[in-house]
Ligand binder design. Structure first.
Ligand code: ATP
Length: 458
């Protein structure tokens, strides 16, 4: 039998959420493409995030900065020197691994730290303790701009969206007339030359982040840090993540990023390797004045705030909630996936697969289904679908038994199925079936839009 995670991955491929990039050429485990349902789900997650953390808040504004920034940005930020991971190679099979990941996996399995690398078995070939000494490997993805592939043209793809925010600090401050505490939110691609991408879309070399840099007076940093950890936790719970599957991890000093004075990760129970398989979902870091100060020194431009109240310039501290968009999507899929006994048409039961996605995230909001393929049902079906499409992503489907069509919609998380039957032509009403309870209700055609509007938003 497949593990729950494997079931989610196979559903995601089969139904068009996520495809392997370049599959016709054998594919790659480091990149994935988002299919018709995946792109809708991803857009819905982004929209919810933007609404919660940017648009609905007085103290937040948005930004969309470049992926390729001047080289000096990454030198000043410390990424060129310190954005590295320890790489070891198995001398038996020559596969490369991140040393810290091997150690973490050992600890998760055995419940104790290894004595040394001699304790650890290669996950690829099973040979024990045959690893080379660790070498530091840069996670920055390089590219060359302009006509020559040399040192002069060397640039880096951003490994985090954050730096685009820091270097625009004064621009945004001036244009938006905000004052600390205030924040800048950004959603976009990030690139990391990961040594071992894998676990589906959990770790890829190209991914998307949703980040906030929140600028605060230094003395208030801890208070804002705590508030943000809670706000991030609540965002996931409000969108349906089971609190049992979420936990906080206070990252010890030696494991934190070079800029961080304190990090709390939210971890999700992804179920890697058929077990609990917890993994980092997002992190909140106290970046102090590290970034603004480094850029001030390197650029000669003072990235500070002038506090009129006491006539002082100061460098704000930064609290950074950093979400992986694609990792969040994976968590929402895993959490929503359920298989359950459900009554079938023959009076017995069978197993139905249902994605219990929050209606705000569901890629298809409703399916309009004519009871049969009969010509007479078409006009009412098409008219209703067209009306609803002005607001939402709607599917129609007329092939196969109605029960099977319901199950197809359950499997992709569609909150409502709307059936147009022969009575519709008489009573101008349709049957609306709700995904989770499977309860059915007769609703007047003229009321369907209002009925859905009330139930799809929150
Ligand atoms: P990890 O320890 O898993 O490599 P990290 O601690 O380096 O992650 P951060 O630098 O804190 O990650 O990045 C913030 C968020 O961006 C992560 O919590 C995660 O959601 C997302 N993220 C980071 N790297 C990747 C990746 N390679 N693929 C997908 N998402 C990623």
């Amino acid at each position: 039998a497949k593990s729950p995670l494997e079931n989610v991955i196979s559903l995601a491929k089969r139904r068009g959420f996520v495809f392997q990039a370049g599959e016709i050429y054998g594919g790659s485990r480091s990149a994935w493409d988002y299919g018709p349902l995946g792109v809708e789900l991803k857009e819905n997650i982004k929209a919810e995030w933007w609404k919660t953390f940017v648009r609905s808040r007085e103290d937040m504004v948005g930004l969309d900065s470049s992926i390729i920034l001047p080289r000096q940005v990454w030198q000043a930020s410390g990424h060129v020197d310190t954005f590295t991971d320890p790489l070891v190679e198995c001398q038996q099979c020559h596969k490369r691994h991140r040393q810290d990941h091997l150690v973490e996996a050992f600890e998760a399995k055995k419940g104790r730290a290894p004595e040394g690398m001699q304790d650890i078995v290669c996950p690829d070939c099973g040979t024990k303790g045959m690893f080379t000494e660790p070498q530091m490997f840069s996670g920055l993805m390089k590219t060359f701009l302009g006509p020559v592939d040399n040192e002069e043209g060397l640039h880096y793809m951003r490994p985090e969206t954050a730096q685009g925010i820091f270097v625009n600090f004064l621009n945004v401050l001036g244009a938006s007339r905000k004052k600390p505490p205030f924040g800048i939110g950004q959603i976009g691609k990030a690139f990391r030359n990961e040594i071992t991408p894998g676990n589906f879309i959990f770790r890829t070399r190209e991914f998307e982040q949703m980040e906030i840099e929140y600028f605060v007076p230094p003395a208030d940093a801890q208070r804002h840090f705590d508030t943000w950890v809670e706000a991030c936790w609540n965002w996931f719970i409000d969108l349906g993540i089971d609190p049992e599957n979420l936990r906080r991890f206070d990252v010890p000093a030696e494991e934190r990023a070079h800029y961080s004075d304190g990090t709390i990760d939210l971890e999700y129970k992804f179920g890697f390797g058929g077990g609990d398989g917890w993994g980092e979902l997002m992190g909140v870091a106290n970046r102090t004045d590290y970034d603004l100060s480094s850029h001030t020194t390197a650029s000669g431009t003072k990235l500070q705030y002038f506090d009129q109240a006491n006539g002082e310039h100061y460098t704000p501290y930064v609290i950074e909630p950093s979400f992986g968009l694609t990792r969040s999507m994976m968590a929402f899929l895993v959490d929503a996936y359920a298989e359950e006994e459900a009554p079938n048409a023959k009076g017995g039961t069978d197993v139905r697969t249902v994605l219990r996605l929050d209606p705000r995230l569901a890629p298809v909001k409703a399916a309009v289904l004519p009871l049969s393929k009969k010509e007479e049902l078409q006009p009412a079906t098409q008219a209703l679908a067209a009306e609803l499409r002005r607001e939402w992503n709607i599917e129609t489907d007329d092939s196969g038994a109605i029960g099977r069509r319901y199950r197809r919609q359950d499997e992709i998380g569609t909150p409502f199925c709307i059936t147009v039957d022969f009575d519709t032509l008489e009573d101008q009403a349709v049957t609306v079936r709700e995904r989770d309870t499977m309860a059915q209700e007769r609703v007047a055609l003229s009321q369907v839009k209002a009925y859905l509007a009330e139930r799809l938003t929150k």
